[in-house]
Write a protein that binds this ligand. Structure first.
Ligand code: HAM
Length: 427
């Protein structure tokens, strides 16, 4: 018995900053994901899947004062009064899993990759969402300028293999702990002289974490911020040597990059090498950083593991997709169904279902009408499905044990046995 709903239910809408991927878009993402997975295999990275939410302490660490963590996370309490956070990025969760599962015990270097949604309460705009997908890698367990260079090379390879042309790789070094400590002191001194010109957040950052002033959404464009010292002014000999090794490895691998002395990245776990992949495509919009990453020295330890380094990068999948579309690159194939079955009456429908099952079992892609539509209606469905062949079954065909096979492109049709039908579909 059908019951009428009282009143008209309100049509629900998706939350701000999220989007639905409809099948004609999903197919493009699947092709991109497959492309990435093949590349990961080539470079020896294995997939890790971690929870979408973690204990808040995984992200909210004492040393992490970035806007992303302090202002943009989705935090909530579950019914057991636990503090949880929807992951805003992949690195912290992957390293938490690396430590908790003692992956460091196996070998020196562990290469992980991940694909999945992340959540940040940001102001939505073109290329910026509150739920977005990242593809990321983490190479954990050793400290090596060669490995840093390889992660940059992999990013370059991803871009090149996708066919993206108007993309640039920017590289910099933040130096080692000693370099960063001198650099921070210098920035603190410098920004004290500009205290009144800074936003209230940055006034607090002067002593807490002056590097974050350089990428503050409000202050970073002010001339005196742009004129502040760069990390390279404070490199120790060791940091200088490490960075020059990274660059010479990149040269020997034939990677095009640009050293950007002002690149500091928006997260606090980085030390030594940092990098970003930037799209310079016309009409792309302001959110043109396709991917960003770098080396981290203390994250493994901060999450309860041994004193090991790591290096990684993450790409925004939506931004990669936007770049592909701007450069007119299609990764997915337009695969047409092999067949569509058209029948004349209900009795035949039963036989047709048998044929449908058989053909699918043989690996052919096709469909049938399930609404008992008339011949015209079924033909319309067949045409809309873009199937290569229409298989028509009527009384006559049943009597003769044959099928009418119509080539939807040439419009030629002939009566064939099941054996010939299968042969033709297979061509
Ligand atoms: P991130 O720079 O915060 O780094 O994010 C990496 C990429 O994710 C960005 O370059 C961008 O393409 C994409 N992304 C970030 N926020 C949004 C958003 N709201 N909407 C759309 N796309 C976005 C990290 O997340 C680090 N965990 C990367 C890393 C891995 N470092 C070391 N290993």
């Amino acid at each position: 018995m059908s019951m009428k709903l009282k009143g008209r239910p309100i049509m629900q809408q998706k939350p701000k900053g999220t989007y639905d991927l409809l099948p004609n878009e999903t197919i493009k993402y699947q092709a991109l994901e497959n492309h990435i997975k093949k590349l990961m295999e080539l470079y020896g990275y294995a997939e890790i899947r971690t929870p979408i939410f973690e204990h808040s302490s995984v992200f909210h660490r004492k040393t992490e004062l970035s806007d992303m963590v302090t202002k943009e996370t989705y935090n909530f309490k579950d019914k057991g009064d636990r503090d949880l956070t929807l992951r805003p990025e992949g690195t912290a969760g992957a390293i938490r899993a690396y430590v908790e599962n003692k992956l460091f015990a196996n070998q020196g270097l562990t290469k992980l990759y991940y694909l999945g949604p992340n959540f940040r309460y940001e102001r939505p705009q073109k290329g910026r969402f509150r739920q977005f997908y990242q593809f990321g890698i983490e190479a954990v367990g050793i400290k090596s300028s060669s490995l840093d260079a390889e992660v940059i090379a992999l990013s370059y390879k991803l871009i090149a293999s996708l066919g993206l042309k108007q993309v640039k790789i920017k590289v910099n070094s933040l130096g080692d702990i000693a370099s960063r400590s001198h650099y921070k002191d210098a920035l603190t001194l410098y920004f004290e002289g500009h205290r009144s010109e800074l936003c209230s957040d940055c006034q607090r950052r002067i002593t807490e974490n002056p590097i974050r002033i350089l990428d503050c959404k409000i202050d970073s464009h002010k001339p005196f911020v742009k004129e502040a010292a760069t990390p390279s002014d404070y490199y120790s000999e060791e940091a200088k040597k490490y960075f020059s090794e990274v660059l010479s490895y990149l040269d020997s691998m034939g990677i095009n990059y640009e050293v950007d002395k002002r690149l500091v990245r928006g997260l606090d776990y980085y030390g030594h090498t940092v990098f970003e992949v930037e799209a310079n495509i016309k009409g792309f919009g302001a959110q043109n950083v396709l991917g960003g990453g770098g080396h981290y020295e203390h994250l493994v330890q901060e999450l309860g593991g041994p004193d090991l380094d790591g290096v990684g990068i993450a790409f925004g999948m939506e931004r990669l997709m936007m770049a592909l579309e701007c450069e007119n690159i299609q990764l997915h194939e337009d695969v047409k169904p092999d067949f569509f079955i058209i029948t004349f009456d209900k009795k035949i429908h039963q036989k047709a279902l048998g044929l449908l099952t058989k053909l699918r079992d043989l690996g052919f892609k096709g469909d049938i009408d399930h609404e008992s539509k008339g011949f015209k209606g079924q033909l319309k469905l067949a045409v809309n499905s873009k199937a290569k062949y229409f298989i028509i079954i009527g009384e006559e065909e049943i009597e003769q044990g044959l099928f009418t096979l119509k080539d939807s492109f040439t419009q030629e049709q002939e009566k064939v046995t099941l054996e010939t039908l299968i042969k033709k579909l297979g061509k």
